[in-house]
Design a protein around this ligand. Structure first.
Ligand SMILES: C[S@@+](CC[C@H](N)C(=O)[O-])C[C@H]1O[C@@H](n2cnc3c(N)ncnc32)[C@H](O)[C@@H]1O
Length: 258
């Protein structure tokens, strides 16, 4: 049976790649590499750099495929569902047409596959379609949130306190209930600008782990506009941006377990 290895490759620094991931890469006959746009070109190049550096066994075959863009015509959930189905159909075709029954395929996933990534959902979709049989396993990777916290030298959570991981789209609607620590990803709309809390602090990072890394932190009221300026400049310079941040506001005494 075909075997798929879903390999977390870290969030931008080739040195995030774990020894488990190196061993998994070296076990692959074929690697699927997505390509699309300026951002994806950088990601595809990083994937190649990782492979060149860490694959020391036989060379795998590279199969490039173009990732379809998500439609903005239908509602968010429907468009994500349609997008996943389209990617699942591509995986199915590639598995059936480019991979022998006894071969191992590597899917290199940015950061870790468990965090804001749909590879595992899409593979289950392919499996449910029943056209191609395969087994798969998952190799964890360093996430962008780990890179953010390491860069700022902060723990993700305060003692005994919860953290919510959310999207810019949701933060723009409101600060989540019952938490004072919010990690935000996928924020194309600068949702931190909508937070109106004079005590909130932000730890922001873009292109974490890459040579383009930028980090800023401070009271949101003092530094929010500076982040937006730096963000716009970096985005114009590189043609794309990936950023994430942690927002913290003072916790009420009663919120803590300790
Ligand atoms: C589709 S999610 C993938 C997350 C990934 N699976 C992980 O483990 O970090 C993409 C989002 O992750 C965040 N992200 C990923 N890599 C990043 C990096 N190197 N620097 C800053 N943010 C990053 C950004 O918020 C971006 O919009």
């Amino acid at each position: 049976m075909r075997r798929i290895r879903v390999i977390g490759i870290g969030a931008g620094n080739p040195e995030h790649v774990t020894i488990q991931a190196v061993n998994a890469l070296n076990s692959c006959d074929v690697l699927f590499v997505p390509t699309k746009g300026a951002e994806k070109e950088f990601l595809a190049q990083l994937r190649h750099d990782i492979c060149d550096r860490f694959i020391t066994a036989r060379q795998p075959r590279y199969v490039h495929f173009s990732v379809p863009t998500r439609s903005t015509q239908s509602g968010y959930e429907q468009s994500v569902g349609e997008w996943h189905s389209a990617i699942a159909a591509i995986y199915e075709d590639l598995l059936a047409g480019q991979v022998e029954e006894d071969e191992t395929v590597g899917l290199l996933v940015w950061g870790d596959p468990m965090l804001f990534d749909s590879t595992l959902r899409i593979l289950e979709h392919v499996r449910a379609n029943g056209r191609v049989a395969f087994d798969y396993d998952v190799i964890p990777g360093i996430t962008s949130l780990q890179a953010l916290c390491a860069g700022h030298k902060i723990p993700l959570n305060r003692i005994g306190m919860p953290v919510e991981i959310t999207t810019g789209r949701r933060l723009a609607e409101s600060w989540p209930d019952n938490v004072d620590d919010v990690a935000v990803m996928l924020d194309g709309r600068r949702a931190y600008e909508t937070v109106n809390d004079p005590e909130a602090v932000i730890y922001w990072g873009a292109y974490l782990g890459t040579p383009m890394e930028i980090r800023l932190d401070g009271r949101l009221a003092d530094i929010g506009a500076e982040i937006s300026r730096v963000r716009a400049e970096a985005r114009a310079k590189h043609g794309w941006i990936m950023d994430t941040y942690l927002l913290r506001r003072p916790a009420k005494e009663s919120d803590s377990d300790q």
